[in-house]
Design a protein around this ligand. Structure first.
Ligand SMILES: [Zn+2]
Length: 58
């Protein structure tokens, strides 16, 4: 299964906004708005979340 996640906080709670030429994604958790999101499979998503948490602890 693929995960489409926010590049800032790793949340899957994102929505695609139309109305722009290319469209933009919005994250409901951190407020990120942009044309870039990350896509992971299960394994890489888990790794990405661990990286996010690891950086937060430093
Ligand atoms: Zn976010």
């Amino acid at each position: 299964m693929n995960h489409r996640v926010c590049p800032q906080c790793g949340s899957e709670h994102i929505d695609f906004e139309t109305g722009y030429i290319t469209g933009k994604y919005r994250c409901f958790d951190c407020g990120y708005v942009g044309s870039v999101i990350f896509e992971f499979d299960d394994k890489n998503y888990e790794r990405f979340l661990k990286q996010l948490k690891g950086e937060g602890e430093k």
